[in-house]
Design a binder for this molecule. Structure first.
Ligand code: HEM
Length: 216
């Protein structure tokens, strides 16, 4: 008997992993991305406020490394790892379905790949570098200002930000379909517009945060 007949469809391990991948993309990763962009949008309030009231307050949290590991690093590792598995199983037929949904399907996968590269750079430059040099954590605002003033880094950050918010906004729209919240075409269209609005809002917040570091 084939395993497809032996396993009830709802208990198939791939379906469970697919649901877990979707859930982790929304909470905690999507929620963290919103929080992170809001947190960094406060860069415009100046070095003293940002270093002391934003980063300092976070760093005074008990069990911060554990919280980061459980709520960010492990979910991201699983989501990215299983994302690569999904990517390998997809079929590249860009010309066959020339519709927006098909383009967005492929955008979701390619932006995931781009995000792996961007997140390696971003986490390396900030969190990992801070582990080796306490001066970075003490003045993260000054450190980010100097980093973003290098002409090659700001465009990379703008691109990484764009990939992250579009990946989340489009992911939210597809997750609503996966979880059965938007079943009709009209509901999917309406929710798609709402997600696009959210994506624009998050992009504006993120751009404001990046340029906030550069303000004199
Ligand atoms: C900023 C970090 C990230 C966030 C907030 C995020 C969020 C999401 C969300 C909400 C979804 C929709 C889930 C669904 O369709 O049910 C999704 C889908 C996806 N993500 Fe991510 N993601 C992130 C990083 C990554 C990375 C690094 C990869 C690496 C490959 C990746 C690969 C994918 C793939 C392939 C899908 C499509 C799944 C499908 O349609 O079957 N994601 N992501």
């Amino acid at each position: 008997m084939s395993s497809a007949l032996a396993d009830p469809p709802s208990l198939h391990p791939h379906l469970l992993l697919r649901r877990l991948h979707s859930l982790l993309g929304l909470v905690p990763l999507g929620a963290f991305l919103c929080f992170h962009l809001w947190e960094n949008s406060q860069s415009r309030l100046g070095a003293l406020h940002y270093n002391e009231r934003v980063v300092g307050a976070l760093h005074r949290l008990n069990y911060l490394p554990l919280i980061e590991l459980v709520l960010i690093a492990l979910p991201l590792l699983f989501h990215a790892g299983y994302g690569l598995v999904i990517l390998r199983s997809g079929r590249a037929e860009p010309g066959r379905y020339p519709y927006l949904r098909n383009r967005l399907y492929w955008f979701q996968r390619l932006s995931g790949l781009g995000l792996i590269l961007f997140l390696l750079l971003h986490v390396g430059l900030t969190r990992i570098a801070g582990l080796f040099d306490p001066a970075i954590a003490a003045d993260l605002h000054g450190y980010m200002q100097a980093a973003l003033r290098q002409p090659w880094l700001l465009p990379i950050y703008l691109l990484g930000l764009g990939l992250a918010v579009l990946h989340l906004a489009n992911g939210l729209a597809t997750a609503a379909i996966v979880w059965g919240l938007t079943s009709s075409a009209a509901a999917q269209r309406r929710f798609g517009w709402a997600c696009a609005g959210l994506g624009l809002l998050l992009a504006a917040l993120g751009v404001q945060g990046l340029f906030g570091f550069l303000a004199p």
